[in-house]
Design a protein around this ligand. Structure first.
Ligand code: HPA
Length: 284
């Protein structure tokens, strides 16, 4: 049973909640914590593991260190009790280092967008120049059965929020790098791609909202990734996005959605898509 704890009692103050704090300075502090705790000074690639993608970390290389996310400045305790999100430093066979983020803070947790994108900013501050974002999501295309991995080609951010503060104008053309999508397709030429629509959640969409997402050009619905991708671009990173279709979006299939089934679809697909992801990361 997953018990959702929006604001766990007794959690220490987070420096990102101080409106006068500069989130990029907090990210630098987090990167210094990561270097100290893992013993790895710089990372090349960062990878956020969403539902269904968890096993990729073991396949990418040798885990040098794994630390609880809450030991790093600015990170938020996992909303699901019993799950401690972790951060791992993995050495790839070619000597590069990947920072594997198994601790995502979702926008729907209500902590604000600074906390949502902190892991991405911290990863950039560790030196990572490539950000791989993965998630589990609903599919609007009927041909995508649960378990299908899909490349994200673009997004529509329906949260109404942005990680950018003040008059910060960032170009998002080619946000999900065409070059990196081509690298992924060199590993699996059958990979489809689609436009990811980020909704706030945590409720799933109504069938009417799914039809709206389709009408405005969306193919995938989910509750993460878009805000993180924007922060990654602001930090100058090249972004690759992957969705695992865990279910057909509401109303596309006559079946009602269940969180347990979404998790099960992720578990079932995990061995295959984790291997795909590890091979793609090795080729980046
Ligand atoms: N909608 C939004 N988020 C999701 C879904 C969905 O259908 N499935 C998994 N995450």
């Amino acid at each position: 049973m997953h018990v959702f704890e929006p604001h766990p009692a007794g959690s220490a103050a987070n420096p990102l909640d101080d409106a006068s704090a500069d989130p990029l300075v907090v990210a630098e502090q987090a990167a210094a914590d990561i270097a100290r705790l893992t013993g790895v000074e710089r990372h090349d690639i960062a990878l956020t593991l969403g539902s269904g993608w968890g096993r990729a970390a073991e396949l990418i290389g040798q885990t040098i260190a794994e630390v609880p996310a809450t030991s790093v400045t600015g990170f938020t305790a996992s909303a699901v009790s019993g799950h401690t999100g972790s951060i791992r430093s993995v050495r790839m066979p070619d000597g590069r280092h990947t920072l594997v983020i198994g601790a995502r803070t979702h926008y729907y947790e209500g902590y604000g967008v600074r906390r949502v994108v902190h892991s991405v900013r911290a990863a950039a501050a560790t030196g990572a120049t490539t950000m791989v974002l993965t998630n589990g999501a609903g599919g609007i295309r009927e041909s995508w059965h649960p378990g299908t991995p899909v490349l994200i080609s673009d997004h529509i951010n329906l949260t109404g929020d942005s990680p950018l503060e003040g008059a910060t104008f960032i170009d998002l053309t080619d946000l999900y790098s065409r070059r990196l999508r081509d690298v992924a397709r060199s590993i699996d030429p059958n990979l489809d791609e689609g436009v990811y629509v980020q909704n706030r959640g945590p409720h799933y969409e109504t069938p009417a909202e799914v039809q709206m997402a389709k009408a405005i050009g969306g193919h995938i619905v989910g509750m993460s990734t878009a805000l993180e991708a924007i922060a990654a671009r602001q930090a100058g990173m090249e972004v690759l996005g992957f969705s695992l279709i865990t279910n057909l979006a509401a109303g596309i299939s006559p079946e009602p959605l269940s969180h347990a089934e979404v998790l099960q679809a992720g578990r079932d697909a995990e061995p295959v898509i984790s291997e795909l992801l590890a091979r793609v990361v090795a080729a980046l």
